[in-house]
Design a protein around this ligand. Structure first.
Ligand code: DX5
Length: 228
């Protein structure tokens, strides 16, 4: 058994001057959760949301929040993002000297842990922490900015992660998420490779028919193409 298809926005393209309205609009549009792209200006060139910004948005929606920690020091920052209202923390394997301990620490805070893999990082990196996490994020762009082109050569890695999860009998416990360049022309390839949580930023906000149409369309495409 595998977990359901979920569509989540990246709020990078949102209007930061009215994030409360923006998260309400995303909930109304039918997204399943909200991903906050946290960037420290060191692990990636961009600088984005501190925990207080996320905490301010927390009261405007009942949707789950996850923090995609694109930061050099996830162990230092993790507790603040859990306190801000994030129920899942995604750490980058490339920023964790002791990834197993980092995942255990996140779980001890009452959040779920997930691990992100940059395009160059092999799927095997998560082999020995699969029992500690509820998701593997396979990056389909090099992190730092929205609006980049989907890296289709990541599809074999998505499949490799999905097959690793299945082989361990964890299909009902561990999600496969993809993030970067996900839109109407790319989501089917990612879902067919085994991704069940799909992050979209630009594709949601640039749909001329609006957020709800974009979410419904992306969900239908992913559900039609998904293969465990
Ligand atoms: C990269 C960011 C983006 C963002 C989604 O660091 O994580 O991938 O979430 O951006 P789009 O959907 O616009 O490619």
């Amino acid at each position: 058994m595998t977990l359901p298809i979920q569509i989540s926005p990246s709020v990078l393209p949102a209007d930061f001057s009215k994030l409360g309205d923006e998260v309400r609009a995303l909930e109304d549009a039918g997204v399943d959760l909200i991903q906050w792209d946290v960037m420290d200006g060191q692990f990636v060139p961009n600088l984005t949301f501190g925990p207080d910004v996320i905490a301010a948005a927390r009261k405007h929606t009942s949707l789950p929040f996850e923090a995609h920690l694109m930061v050099l020091t996830p162990d230092v920052m993790a507790a603040r993002y859990v306190e801000a209202g994030c129920s899942r923390l995604i750490v980058h394997a490339e920023a964790c000297t002791h990834l197993h301990r980092t995942c255990e620490n996140i779980r001890s805070m009452g959040a779920t842990a997930a691990v992100a893999l940059n395009p160059h990082t092999p799927a095997s990196t998560v082999e020995h922490v699969l029992d500690l996490i509820d998701m593997v994020l396979v990056m389909t762009v090099n992190p730092g900015f929205g609006g980049q082109a989907y890296i289709q050569t990541m599809e074999p890695k998505i499949r490799e992660v999905r097959d690793m999860i299945t082989a361990r009998g964890l299909g009902d416990a561990v999600n496969v998420e993809v993030d970067g360049g996900i839109g109407p022309s790319t989501i089917a390839g990612a879902a067919a490779a085994g991704a069940n949580v799909l992050i979209a930023g630009s594709a949601l906000y640039r749909d001329p028919k609006g957020l709800a149409h974009a979410v419904t369309d992306l969900r239908a495409r992913a559900e039609a193409a998904f293969s465990a």
